[in-house]
Write a protein that binds this ligand. Structure first.
Ligand code: HEC
Ligand code: HEC
Ligand code: HEC
Ligand code: HEC
Ligand code: HEC
Length: 167
C-alpha cells in the first residue's frame, strides 16, 4: 500500500522515473595527443576557463583552439613528436579529435553557464580534481540521479521538463 502511494502520483502525470543507473567510473580513453592537465594547470598555471571558455550560448565548456595551444608550443617542446602532431593540426586549421569523456544524450539539456557562472558550482563537483590528473577519465556521475540529488540539495527544480524537452 505504501509503495502504491509512492508510485501513484508519478503514474498520474504519466511520467515514470526510470530506475537509477549504477555509476561506473571509466579510465581515461587514449587521446590523439597525450594532453596532461596536471602539467598545464599545475606546472604551467593555466586556468580552467582560459582553455574551456564557456562561450555563448553557454551550454558547453568546449575545447581550446589549436592556435591557443601553439601560443606556447611554437617554443615549448617544439621538437617533441606530440607537439609536432599538434602543430600539424594547427597548420592545417583542423581540430584535434579529442575523445569525449563526459557526454549526455542529445535529449538532455545542460548549461555550463548556469551551473558554473550563475550558480557557482565548481568544476570539480562534477568532474573531480581534473587539475591534478595526468589524464581525464569519467570519475563523477552525470546520470539523472546525480543531477537530481544536487538539485534537491540546492533547492533547484526537479521537474522533468527542466532537463528534458524544454529547450
Ligand atoms: C601557457 C603555455 C601552454 C599552453 C597554452 C599549452 N601548453 Fe602544453 N605544455 C606547456 C608546458 C610548460 C609543458 C611542459 C614542458 C616540459 O615538460 O618541459 C607542456 C607540455 C605539453 C605536452 C607534452 C610534450 C612532451 O612531449 O613532453 C603536450 C602534448 C602538450 N603540452 C599539449 C598541449 C595542448 C594540446 C595544448 C592546447 C590544448 C597546450 N599544450 C597548451 C605549456 C603550455
Ligand atoms: C591548456 C589547456 C587546458 C587547461 C588549462 C585545462 N584543460 Fe581541460 N582539457 C583540455 C584538453 C585539450 C582536453 C581534451 C583532452 C583530454 O581529455 O585530456 C580537456 C579535457 C577536459 C575534460 C574532459 C572533457 C570531455 O568530456 O571530453 C574536462 C572535464 C576538463 N578538461 C576540465 C578541466 C578543468 C576542470 C580544468 C581546470 C582545473 C581544465 N580542464 C584545464 C585543455 C585544458
Ligand atoms: C553541474 C555539473 C558540471 C559543472 C559544474 C561543470 N561541468 Fe563540465 N560537463 C558537465 C556535463 C553534464 C557535461 C556533458 C555535457 C553534454 O554532453 O552536453 C560536461 C562536459 C564538459 C566538457 C566537454 C565539452 C563540453 O563542453 O561539453 C568539458 C571540457 C567540461 N565539461 C569542462 C568543465 C569545466 C572547465 C568546468 C568548470 C569551469 C565544468 N566543466 C563545470 C557537467 C558539469
Ligand atoms: C552540484 C550541483 C548540481 C548538479 C550536479 C547539477 N545541477 Fe543543474 N542546477 C544546479 C543549480 C544550483 C541550479 C539552479 C541555478 C539557478 O537557478 O541559478 C541548476 C539548474 C539547472 C537547470 C535550469 C537552468 C537552465 O539552464 O534552464 C537545468 C536544465 C539543469 N540544472 C540541468 C542539470 C543536469 C542535466 C544535470 C546533470 C547532468 C545537473 N543539472 C546537475 C545544481 C546542479
Ligand atoms: C536535473 C535534470 C533531470 C531531471 C529533472 C530529470 N531528468 Fe531524466 N535524465 C536526465 C539525464 C542527465 C539523463 C541521461 C543520463 C541517464 O540516463 O541517467 C536522463 C534520462 C532520462 C530517461 C532515459 C533513461 C534511459 O535509461 O534511457 C528517462 C526516461 C527520463 N530521464 C525521465 C525523466 C522523468 C520522467 C523525469 C521527471 C520525473 C526526469 N527524467 C527528470 C536528467 C534529468
Amino acid at each position: 500500500m505504501r509503495l502504491l502511494l509512492l508510485v501513484f502520483p508519478l503514474l498520474l502525470g504519466a511520467q515514470v522515473i526510470p530506475p537509477a543507473k549504477v555509476f561506473q567510473p571509466k579510465p581515461p580513453p587514449e587521446q590523439p595527443i597525450p594532453f596532461n592537465h596536471k602539467v598545464h594547470t599545475g606546472q604551467a598555471g593555466v586556468k580552467c576557463l582560459d582553455c574551456h571558455a564557456i562561450k555563448d550560448p553557454g551550454d558547453q565548456a568546449g575545447f581550446p583552439s589549436e592556435a591557443a595551444c601553439m601560443g606556447c608550443h611554437v617554443a615549448i617542446k617544439k621538437d617533441s613528436p606530440a607537439i609536432q602532431k599538434l602543430a600539424a593540426f594547427a597548420a592545417d586549421k583542423k581540430r584535434v579529435p579529442w575523445v569525449r569523456v563526459y557526454r549526455l544524450p542529445k535529449t538532455v539539456y545542460f548549461s555550463h553557464e548556469v551551473h558554473h557562472k550563475q550558480a557557482g558550482v565548481a568544476c570539480a563537483d562534477c568532474h573531480g580534481p581534473v587539475g591534478e590528473r595526468e589524464a581525464v577519465g569519467l570519475e563523477k556521475s552525470i546520470h539523472m540521479a546525480a543531477c537530481m540529488a544536487c538539485h534537491e540539495q540546492r533547492k533547484a527544480s526537479n521537474k522533468c521538463d527542466l532537463c528534458h524537452d524544454s529547450h
